[in-house]
Design a protein around this ligand. Sequence first.
Ligand SMILES: NC(=O)C1=CN([C@@H]2O[C@H](COP(=O)(O)OP(=O)(O)OC[C@H]3O[C@@H](n4cnc5c(N)ncnc54)[C@H](O)[C@@H]3O)[C@@H](O)[C@H]2O)C=CC1
Ligand SMILES: O=C(O)[C@@H]1CCC=N1
Length: 274
Amino acid sequence: MISGTPGRVGVIGGGVMGQALVGAMLEAGVDVDDLVVCEPAAARATEVSSRFGVRAADSARKVASRCDVLVLAVKPADLDQVLGEVREALDPGTVVVSVAAGVPCAFYERRLADATPVVRVMPNTPALVGQGASAVCAGAHATPEHLEQVRTLLARTGLVLTVPEKHMDAVTAVSGSGPAYVFYLLDALAEAGVLLGLPRDQATQLATATFRGAVALQEETGEHPVVLRERVSSPGGTTVAAVRQLDVHGVRAGVLAAAEAARDRSRELAAEQD
Ligand SMILES: NC(=O)C1=CN([C@@H]2O[C@H](COP(=O)(O)OP(=O)(O)OC[C@H]3O[C@@H](n4cnc5c(N)ncnc54)[C@H](O)[C@@H]3O)[C@@H](O)[C@H]2O)C=CC1
Ligand SMILES: O=C(O)[C@@H]1CCC=N1
């Protein structure tokens, strides 16, 4: 692929993340005729074609033989089979991009031809609305240019950071899985409104707007979350009483433990594939 032009992109797996990336890559300037997706589940394949107008291929091998960038968006447990299918068909210069949680670049490099450039990405589902947070890291044979090509493809997913591979499990725990924690807390705040007598739709609207507004305030002011929290907390008021209960119930410790569990599970996923 020539730097600055997106080139031909093949996507293996048209599920949640495959579709999020297809949408973002089309927005980033990949020509619809240069994108092909392999998705064995018929209903999903139809969904991908009708939603994005991209071609569907019936085998991963065919996709791999005709692309400059091959995106693997299958579950970690399906990678071994997919790599076996594409290995012989890949051109030596094709960049292999994987979004699989936990699985290191070396896993792909061991199964593909010598010197295959591999770039590992950890995206998240808000990429579907251009508000994602992703991190990328380069494998042993991926050059800065390869990394830049992948970053260009991801440009419309939202924030994209480059990190050393040793940080990818932490990224997975914070931003990869992170949207689930936010939805969990959002649902809890809406439920609290219902507990206190608000109609559910109003409780949900208030909780959602509060999350959105708090994040926007932090982004616009650039102030530390603790400073912003203190600004809500009037002496002897309602907020300090509420935050004390968050501490009593271990919410902060719970978030830290959740992230550690996600990090550990990411490591296990890698070990399970080897
Ligand atoms: N869902 C999320 O929030 C995130 C997921 N990921 C990673 O993305 C990858 C995919 O996850 P999801 O999209 O959530 O899963 P998903 O289950 O929605 O999609 C996976 C798709 O791969 C297809 N597939 C299975 N075997 C295949 C094969 N041999 N050839 C072609 N397609 C095949 C399945 O039919 C399915 O549609 C995983 O490795 C996951 O770790 C990474 C970051 C966030
Ligand atoms: O739960 C998972 O394993 C995937 C990876 C990060 C978000 N979803």
